[in-house]
Every structure is written in structure tokens, then in C-alpha cells.
Ligand binder design. Structure first.
Ligand code: NDP
Ligand code: MG
Length: 384
């Protein structure tokens, strides 16, 4: 039976690569739902090619254009944020691939889980903000969360066949980003153009800045805790500039398993959709002879404070990771508009973590409130 996929964020980096995977495997997958925020032209193009059941443009200003373009097609055009939560519940959808950016992914993911749709999770912020709530809900509804993030896919792949063997620790690899090796003095004046030049991956703007500041690895530490049911001190980070080993698991006998390959997000996307099957692909193969040196180094937590802040948020738990995430979304947006400097981002995040009221066992409503309050505070700190 073909798997029918709802791609939330089909016009983004993950979304477009997911459509390449679907196109390469027409006997396995159907693009059932496509969604975009602003890029209505690409969404229309995608719809005319894949003829999904429904298409959502969350920015309502583009609705008329979408509706007119799809008038003579089988695709229903919808608009607005609420529509995301509706389309994931369509009876014909089997898997929701969450490839939205940031906090916007949380609500539709919750609705998809409640409707018993399996989740292919790219939107790591969902688990950072509300990891406990989301994983418990998935358990309650018998829903699987398949990781798309390359590191988490690597760990997921290393764990196949090891279901009864406890994990001693996991080792997340980090490329180190474009500023690896730089010190505080070198980072004061860096520009967004420099931060947007990732050495190994081509990704959306937000995650690329997160990679430069090491916040991405911090978010991934929290994501890993929830995906694999770990304690904070079971997650380690090592910088591996070549991005060939995508992450590792160490078991209780000391054995370490790693998953390797050239950096290409299509592989983890495909595996999240095809699991437990591995589908034949024409992705470029890794050649050991081209990589005589795979190297590893400790992350520089003094320079890249965000990684330490994420570990702190994870240890404190409650709504602290939600505060970390909301403050980060604000400062990254402001950095991309040249309104805060690179190093100031960590100061503002730390400021929000110190000031926004802490809640030990937050409800969904508490997360919404925390997110709103933190954004307000972060905006004010940016404007100071
Ligand atoms: P992009 O910015 O490339 O794409 C984001 C997608 O989500 C676009 O389709 C965009 O629509 C849509 N979108 C953005 N904001 C909103 C919103 N507020 N409401 C509704 N839709 C929205 O991001 P990426 O593909 O790079 O990343 C997506 C997620 O995957 C992130 O959580 C990221 O951390 C994670 N991820 C990404 C990786 C990568 O290689 N790119 C690797 C691992 C994880 P539009 O463009 O039309 O405005
Ligand atoms: Mg990653």
C-alpha cells in the first residue's frame, strides 16, 4: 500500500527534498497535502505537478492566487494557520512530515498525533518546546515519531535490532559551522552573510544561523533526550567537521555504533518515510579513499555559549527549553535583519532564561503563554 504524506512546509529546504524523494518512488509514496507560508508560486507549481488532495497557504494574503491557480485541479485550496491542523487529520493521510520552522510546528503536530498519524519529524523545535507532552501524547495514541534530523536518524538507525539493549550514551556530531575555531574577539563583527555560509549543508536560513551559533546542536541535544528517552548526561556532543559520521550510540558493553554517509538530507528524509524498509537510491556514495582523515574535537563552549545554555535548559526542564527556543527564534530573526549582533544573541537568550517565570510542569496553555511572554521580553531586549 502506498504511503500518503502530508508535507507541512513543502516549499522549504526539507519540503522540496521530500518531494524529490516522493517523485523518485511513485510506487511507494503519494504527496497528499502540501503547505507553504509565503511562497505561493512554488506551492502552485508543486500542486500542479503532484496534484495533492489539499494545499494550504498560511498567509491568507496569497489565498486568492492559490485558489484561482488550482480551480481546475482536484486540489482543495485552504488558507490560514488553523488549516494546517485540519489537513493533517484528513483520513487519507498516513504520515505527517513536519518541515515547518520553529514554534509554528507544535500545534499541527499535536493535531496529527491526536488523529493517529505517524510523524516524520524535521521540526525539532516541537520537541524542544514540549518534548514531554508530545512524546507522551504519541505513546497514548500509538503514534511513531520517525526522526528526519540527520543526527537523530543516525541514532535511530544504530538502534535497530538493539531494542532490549540499554543505551549508555549517545554522541551527537556537530560540523562546528562556519565559525569553528574562531574566538569571541573574532565573532563580534561577523555578518549574516558569513553566518549563512554553512560548510557542509544547504538549509533554511533559521537553522543555518542556529548551526553557526551552535544553538542547532543545543536544540538537537534536547530533541535527542525526548526521542530516545535519555537523561541529559547521556547526551554528548563532539565536533566532526567533515559531517560524515552523522552520530553514534555507545552501549553498556562499551561498543559504539556509528552511521555514516555523505551529508545529504534526502537519505534521512527517505528513511523516515520508508521505515522499516530501505529503498534503493541513487544518492552519491561515500568513498573512504576521498576522506583519509575524519577528525574530532571538543566543542568550544566558552565561545559558543548557546550550546551550554541549551544543556542548562534541559537540566532545568519545565518550560525552560520553551523559553530558550522562543528567545532564540526572536534573536535569529533580528540577526537576519541586522538588528542584533552575533554574540548578543546568547546574551539575550540568557536574559530571557533568567527572567521569564519558571514553570515546573507546564501544560500546553503554559507553553503558549511562555512562548508569547518570552518573545515580548526578547524583542524588548533586542531594542535596548
Ligand atoms: P525552510 O525555511 O527552508 O522552510 C520552512 C518551510 O516552512 C517553508 O515551506 C515555509 O514556507 C514554511 N513556514 C515557515 N514558517 C512558517 C509558519 N510560521 N507557518 C507555516 N509555515 C511556515 O526550513 P528548513 O526546511 O531548513 O527547516 C524546516 C525544519 O526542519 C526546521 O525545524 C529545521 O530545524 C529542521 N531541519 C532542517 C534541516 C535542513 O537540512 N534544512 C536539517 C534538519 C532539521 P514559505 O517558504 O512558503 O514561507
Ligand atoms: Mg541536524
Amino acid at each position: 500500500m502506498k504511503k500518503h504524506i502530508a508535507i507541512l512546509g513543502s516549499t522549504g529546504s526539507i519540503g522540496t527534498q521530500a518531494l524529490e524523494v516522493i517523485e523518485a518512488h511513485p510506487n511507494e509514496f503519494v504527496a497528499e497535502v502540501l503547505t507553504a507560508n509565503n511562497n505561493v508560486d512554488l506551492l502552485i507549481e508543486q500542486c500542479l505537478k503532484f496534484l495533492p488532495k489539499a494545499a494550504v497557504i498560511t498567509n491568507p494574503n496569497h489565498y486568492q492566487k492559490l485558489k484561482d491557480a488550482l480551480a481546475n485541479t482536484p486540489t482543495e485550496a485552504l488558507a490560514g494557520e488553523e488549516a494546517l491542523s485540519e489537513v493533517v487529520q484528513l483520513p487519507s493521510v498516513h504520515i505527517a512530515l513536519t518541515a515547518l520552522v520553529g514554534y509554528s510546528g507544535l500545534k499541527p503536530t499535536i493535531h496529527a498525533i491526536k488523529a493517529k498519524k505517524h510523524i516524520a519529524l524535521a521540526n525539532k523545535e516541537t520537541l524542544v518546546v514540549a518534548g514531554e507532552l508530545v512524546t507522551q501524547l504519541a505513546k497514548k495514541h500509538g503514534v511513531n515519531i520517525y526522526p528526519v534530523d540527520s543526527e537523530h536518524s543516525a541514532i535511530f538507525q544504530c538502534l535497530i535490532g538493539e531494542e532490549d539493549n540499554p543505551i549508555e550514551k549517545i554522541i551527537l556530531t556537530a560540523s562546528g559551522g562556519p565559525f569553528r575555531g574562531r574566538k569571541v574577539a573574532d565573532l563580534r563583527e561577523v555578518t549574516k552573510a558569513q553566518a549563512l555560509k554553512h560548510p557542509n549543508w544547504t538549509m533554511g536560513a533559521k537553522i543555518t544561523i542556529d548551526s553557526a551559533s551552535l544553538m542547532n546542536k543545543g536544540l538537537e541535544v534536547i530533541e535527542a533526550k525526548w526521542l530516545f528517552g535519555l537523561e541529559a548526561d547521556q547526551v554528548e556532543v563532539i565536533v566532526h567537521p567533515q559531517s560524515i559520521i552523522h552520530s553514534m550510540v555507545q552501549f553498556e558493553d562499551g561498543s559504539i555504533k556509528a552511521q555514516m554517509g555523505l551529508p545529504d538530507m534526502k537519505l534521512p528524509i527517505q528513511f523516515a518515510l520508508s521505515y522499516p524498509q530501505r529503498l534503493k537510491s541513487d544518492f552519491e556514495r561515500f568513498n573512504f579513499a576521498n576522506y583519509p582523515n575524519l577528525t574530532f574535537e571538543q566543542p568550544d563552549l566558552e565561545t559558543f555559549r548557546n550550546l551550554g545554555l541549551a544543556f542548562e535548559a534541559l537540566h532545568q526542564a519545565g518550560n525552560m527549553p520553551c523559553i530558550l527556543n522562543a528567545a532564540n527564534e526572536v534573536v535569529v530573526d533580528r540577526f537576519l535583519r541586522d538588528q542584533v549582533r552575533f554574540l548578543e544573541m546568547s546574551d539575550i537568550i540568557a536574559g530571557c532564561m533568567a527572567k521569564v517565570p519558571f514553570i515546573t510542569t507546564p501544560s500546553y496553555e503554559d507553553f503558549v503563554q511562555t512562548d508569547t511572554e518570552t518573545r515580548k521580553m526578547a524583542e524588548a531586549l533586542c531594542d535596548r
